[in-house]
Design a protein around this ligand. Structure first.
Ligand code: ADP
Ligand code: G3P
Length: 514
C-alpha cells in the first residue's frame, strides 16, 4: 500500500533527502534549506507475528520499499540526483538483521524491537548478577528490547549460522546498517557501518569509549566478525551506487528517536522532546557526559557530529501509546478512526474513576517488568466507553509524567517545557492533558516530521549544506502550545490513583509462562 502525499515545492534547491526506515513504514522526505518539506513518499511493510510475542520484518521487502519511496519522493519533487546534496538515514532502532555478505540475502527475517522471544535469554544472562549486569558499560538493562540478545538468538537458532558468522561470511546490522550497505552497493562494495546512536542500543557498545565491548561480546556469545564499524552520526560513509540517487553522499545515520531530538533542535543540556507514535520515547539532552540512571531510564547516545565529542541523552521508552488507540479501534471496535478517540473522550468531564495501564507486553521505562500485563481498574457501573477513551489518553500522559519525574531525579533538571511530535500530537485533548499532568508547557513545531528532519539536518551538516547547529535552530518554529490548567490537588490525587493502577499490573505472568 502506498500512502503518500506531496506538500508543495519550496524554493529551487539544492535539497537534502532523508530516509526514515520505521517500524510500520519506510518513507523518504526531501527538504529545502529552510527545513521545509518539498515532497514525501511512504510505504508500509508487513508485520509478521509467527507466535505470541514474536514480531518480524522481511528485510528484503523493506529494502525494496526504501528504493521505491526514494524514487517516489525525488520524482514528486521534480528534481534529479544533481539537486540532492546528501542523503540522511534514520531508522527504527534495535531491530536486528543478519545477512550473508556474499549474496546479500538475509539469513532470517529481522527480529523487531518489540519482539520478546529473548526474555528467557536475558533472564539467564542476568542470573545471580542482576539485569543491570552491563548497565555501567552500555547504559542499558538486560532486556529483550535490545539488539545483542537478538543476535545471539539468531546465531543459536539458524542452522549452521554460528560457523558461517565465525568464518566472516555474515554481517549484523540494525536497519541503518542494512539500508546504508545496500544503498552504497551491497555485494558490490557496500559499506558496513552503524552510527553511535544505533550502536548504543545493542547492549554491545561501551558508551564511554564508543567501541564494541569485547567482554560483553564474549559474555553474550557474539563473534566480532559480524559487527559493523561504529561511526559518528554525521559524516560521509560512502556514496549511493545505482538507483535514482547514484553518486549522492550518504552522510548521516541516527536512530529515529535521536533523530527527532536532533530535528527538534534539542542541542542544549536539559532540552527534551517526546515522540508520540506507536510507542512513545522521551529523550533529554544531558550534554557531554553520560548520566547514569538510578530510576529506570536508559543512558544513550544523543548524537555525534563528525569528529566532535558525542552528546548523551537520558531516555524513557514507553512500549504502548498510539498502539493502544489502534487496539481500541481494531480489537475493541469502540472507535472507527484514531482521531475519533478525542471526540469520544471529550464527551465526558473526566475518567469516571477508571484507569487503564496498557502493559500489553510488560512495562518498559521506568519499570522494565516483562511480567506485567494490562489492566483497566476502578470500574463501576457508572463507567462508559467514553470514560475508558479518556483513560486511554490519560495512560499516555501519566506514563510520560513518570518518565519526566525519573529524568528530574537522574539529571537534577526540572523540565521547563516539553517539545512534542508524532501522530498522537494531533489530539488536542491529549496534549492538554499532558501539560496538566506534567505541570509544564507542551509545544509542537511547524514541521512535525522531526525524525526525517533530524536525519536531513545531520546529513546537511556533514556536507556543509548548513554551517552549524545555530542555523538549524533558526528553522524551528512553534505551531502550537498547551499550558497547564489543572489544580495541584487534583493532579496529586489522580497521580496517586494511576500509580496504584500500575501496581496492579505487576507479576501477572508467572515465571514458567515467560
Ligand atoms: N488523533 C489521534 N489521537 C490519538 N492517537 C492517534 C491520533 N492519530 C493517530 N494516532 C496514533 O498515532 C500512531 C501513529 O503515529 P505515527 O507518528 O505515524 O507512528 P509511527 O511512526 O510509530 O508509525 C498510531 O498508533 C495511532 O493510533
Ligand atoms: O519506528 P518507530 O517510530 O515505531 O520507533 C521505534 C523505536 O526506534 C524503537 O526503539
Amino acid at each position: 500500500m502506498t500512502d503518500a502525499h506531496t506538500t508543495g515545492t519550496h524554493g529551487t534547491g539544492p535539497f537534502i533527502a532523508a530516509i526514515d526506515q520505521g517500524t510500520t513504514s519506510s518513507r523518504c522526505i526531501v527538504f529545502d534549506k529552510d527545513g521545509r518539506i518539498v515532497s514525501v513518499d511512504q510505504k508500509e511493510h508487513e508485520q509478521i507475528f509467527p507466535k505470541p510475542g514474536w514480531v518480524e520484518h522481511d528485510a528484503t521487502e523493506i529494502w525494496e520499499n526504501v528504493q521505491e519511496v526514494v524514487a517516489g519522493a525525488i520524482v514528486k519533487a521534480g528534481i534529479t540526483s544533481a539537486d540532492v546534496k546528501a542523503i540522511g538515514i534514520t531508522n527504527q532502532r534495535e531491530t536486528t538483521l543478519l545477512w550473508d555478505k556474499n549474496t546479500g540475502e538475509p539469513v532470517h527475517n529481522a527480529l523487531v524491537w518489540q519482539d520478546t522471544r529473548t526474555d528467557a535469554l536475558c533472564k539467564e544472562l542476568g542470573r545471580n548478577v542482576g539485569q543491570d549486569r552491563f548497565r555501567r558499560e552500555t547504559g542499558l538493562p538486560l532486556a529483550s528490547y535490545f539488539a545483542g540478545p537478538k543476535v545471539r538468538w539468531l546465531l543459536d537458532n539458524v542452522e549452521g549460522l554460528r560457523e558461517r558468522a565465525e568464518a566472516g561470511d555474515i554481517l549484523f546490522g540494525t536497519m541503518d546498517s542494512w539500508v546504508i550497505w545496500n544503498l552504497t552497493g551491497g555485494t558490490d562494495g557496500g559499506v558496513h557501518v552503524t552510527d553511535v546512536t544505533n550502536a548504543s542500543r545493542t547492549l554491545l557498545m561501551n558508551l564511554h569509549k564508543m567501541e564494541w565491548d569485547d567482554k560483553i561480546l564474549s559474555s553474550i556469545g557474539i563473534p566480532a566478525a559480524v559487527l559493523p564499524e561504529i561511526r559518528s552520526s554525521a559524516e560521509v560513509y560512502g556514496h549511493a551506487k545505482g538507483g535514482i540517487l547514484d553518486g549522492v553522499p550518504v552522510a548521516s545515520a541516527l536512530g529515529d528517536q535521536q533523530a527527532a531530538l536532533f530535528g527538534q533542535t534539542c542541542f542544549a543540556e536539559g532540552e527534551a522532546k517526546s515522540t508520540y507514535g506507536t510507542g512513545t520515547f522521551m529523550l533529554m539532552n544531558t550534554g557531554g557526559t553520560p548520566v547514569n540512571s538510578y530510576n529506570g531510564l536508559l543512558t544513550t547516545v544523543g548524537y555525534q557530529i563528525g569528529d566532535k565529542p558525542p552528546v548523551y541523552a537520558l531516555e524513557g521508552s514507553i512500549a504502548v501509546t498510539g498502539s493502544l488507540v489502534q487496539w481500541m479501534r481494531d480489537q475493541m471496535g469502540l472507535i472507527k478512526s484514531a482521531a475519533e478517540i478525542e471526540t469520544l473522550a471529550s464527551s465526558v468531564e473526566d475518567n469516571g474513576g477508571a484507569y487503564f495501564v496498557p502493559a500489553f507486553s510488560g512495562l518498559f521505562a521506568p519499570y522494565w517488568r516483562p511480567d506485567a500485563r494490562g489492566v483497566i481498574t476502578g470500574l463501576t457501573r457508572y463507567v462508559t466507553k467514553a470514560h475508558i477513551a479518556r483513560a486511554v489518553l490519560e495512560a499516555t500522559a501519566w506514563q510520560t509524567r513518570e518518565i519526566s519525574d525519573a529524568m528530574t531525579k537522574d539529571s537534577g533538571v526540572e523540565l521547563a517545557a516539553l517539545k512534542v511530535d508524532g501522530g498522537m500530537t494531533s489530539n488536542n485533548l491529549l496534549m492538554q492533558t499532558l501539560a496538566d499532568f506534567l505541570d509544564a508547557p507542551v509545544v509542537r513545531p511547524m514541521v512535525a516530521e522531526t525524525t526525517c528532519l533530524g536525519a536531513a539536518y545531520a546529513a546537511g551538516l556533514a556536507v556543509g549544506f548548513w554551517p552549524d547547529t545555530d542555523a538549524l535552530r533558526a528553522n524551528w518554529r512553534r505551531a502550537a502550545e498547551w499550558t497547564p490548567r489543572m489544580d495541584a490537588d487534583t493532579r496529586a490525587r489522580e497521580y496517586k490513583s494511576w500509580l496504584k493502577a500500575v501496581e496492579r499490573t505487576m507479576g501477572w505472568v508467572e515465571d514458567e509462562e515467560s
